[in-house]
Write a protein that binds this ligand. Structure first.
Ligand SMILES: *Cc1c(COP(=O)(O)O)cnc(C)c1O
Length: 389
């Protein structure tokens, strides 16, 4: 047993409650708004819409559910094509399969690690030439940083394809001063347990098209026609967020700005301590935006460092510290074997390299400075071992 094992576990990103969440939950209990919907759902929607600056928001049971219904609204159906960022969590792409459609994956560009406009342009040009333009493009804002929305939107508008923004990781980040998640036809946020704010589980769909949100609200509550009896003309889903969880969300929203500041500070600390080590590079913050630094991510070049990212992850685990590789790209997943893929350059895939060399370090806003020192010390030990010090 190593010394590290006697210390408490340090998580990658764990829930961090503020002071008012329990008061809102208590209110839900006292008013017996435990179910079904209730005033906290509306309150949470209103407050989030105001925070990011959109006309409407719809609280759902997960970010995945939000992506599913947004794609359905965009008329994605069997055998259609949907373009999707390859470097993401599988939840972005799964709803494409729920609808029987086919994903085509688009690589990242090195400046933001997000969808490469160059690769998207090649993919759209090719799709147009074969008469198979996608029904939607899903752009992911990775680890809290916005993609280059102006470039991506310009291409989508040129080919008249709607853009869906998966901002599950980027709530509170900005692109050219405007809130991440508000650029596409729809934006999606997640309040899963490891996200920058959490309701234990939940999601939000936002848009300026409130008619579209009304339609999706109808689908999300079992598609009940307006009739006294239970009458249904369309297939529905049970995807709404509960009033109790929305109560937690209202409390969490109050501390979002503090959570962002804390995560950015954690990133800056890692950056200061490791930036001069040859072979270490950090996820860049592109000049067009401000990241919420949901996760601090960096790459380790094994040729320069003498260790791989994977070995560092194992070493941190020995010290009871959770770290993770960068997402395994969707085009490399067995689930998506055979799907088309457009790399950044014809013969150069950026996401493959990020996956093989990337590591996400503990980034929770509740990480103490001694936790942070423990992570840094353990990682330094691994890097020194690598160069044989
Ligand atoms: C977390 C996450 C989701 C899914 O959100 P859930 O609320 O867990 O369904 C989707 N996309 C990305 C990029 C995520 O990180």
């Amino acid at each position: 047993m190593t010394a590290g094992n006697t210390k408490g576990k340090i998580y990658l990103s764990s829930p961090h409650m503020g002071e008012s969440e329990l008061l809102y939950v208590q209110d839900a209990f006292e008013t017996n708004w435990i179910a079904p919907l209730g005033p906290h759902v509306e309150g949470f929607e209103r407050e989030l819409a105001q925070y990011v600056g959109v006309k409407g928001a719809l609280a759902l049971s997960s970010g995945t559910a939000a992506i599913h219904l947004a794609l359905k609204y965009l008329n994605v159906a069997a055998d259609d094509i949907v373009f999707c960022s390859t470097l993401t969590f599988v939840a972005t792409a799964n709803p494409i399969l729920y609808l029987g459609a086919k994903p085509v994956f688009i690589d990242s560009e090195p400046d933001s690690w997000n969808m490469s406009p160059r690769a998207l342009e090649r993919a759209l040009r090719k799709a147009e030439s074969t008469g198979h333009l996608p029904k939607a493009v899903i752009v992911v804002n990775l680890y809290g940083q916005s993609a280059d929305m102006d470039e991506l939107l310009r291409l989508c508008e040129q080919y008249d394809v709607p853009l869906l923004e998966d901002a599950a990781e980027s709530l509170g980040a900005t692109y050219k001063g405007r809130a991440s998640g508000t650029f596409g036809k729809f934006g999606v946020y997640s309040f899963n347990g490891n996200k920058i704010i959490t309701t234990s589980g939940g999601g939000m769909l936002v848009s300026d098209d409130t008619d579209a949100l009304d339609k999706i609200r109808f689908w999300s509550t079992q598609a009940r026609d307006s009739a006294k009896h239970y009458q249904h003309s369309e297939v529905g889903y049970n995807y709404r967020l509960s009033n109790v969880l929305a109560a937690i969300g209202r409390g969490q929203l109050k501390v979002l700005d503090e959570r962002i500041a804390a995560r950015r500070k954690i990133f800056d600390t890692y950056y200061e301590r490791f930036r001069n080590i040859p072979g270490i590079s950090f996820m860049p913050e592109a000049s067009f935006g401000k990241s919420n630094r949901w996760l601090s991510a960096m790459t380790i070049d094994p040729a320069a460092c003498g260790v791989t990212a994977s070995e560092c992850i194992d070493l941190l685990a020995e010290h009871n510290i959770e770290s993770r590789p960068v997402w395994k790209p969707m085009h490399l997943q067995p689930l998506f074997q055979g799907c088309e893929y457009y790399p950044h350059e014809e013969n150069h895939s950026v996401s493959d390299l990020l996956f093989h060399t990337g590591i996400c370090l503990p980034s929770g806003s509740n990480l103490t400075s001694s936790d942070l020192e423990r992570v840094i010390g353990s990682l330094e030990q691994g890097l020194k071992r690598g160069i044989g010090v």
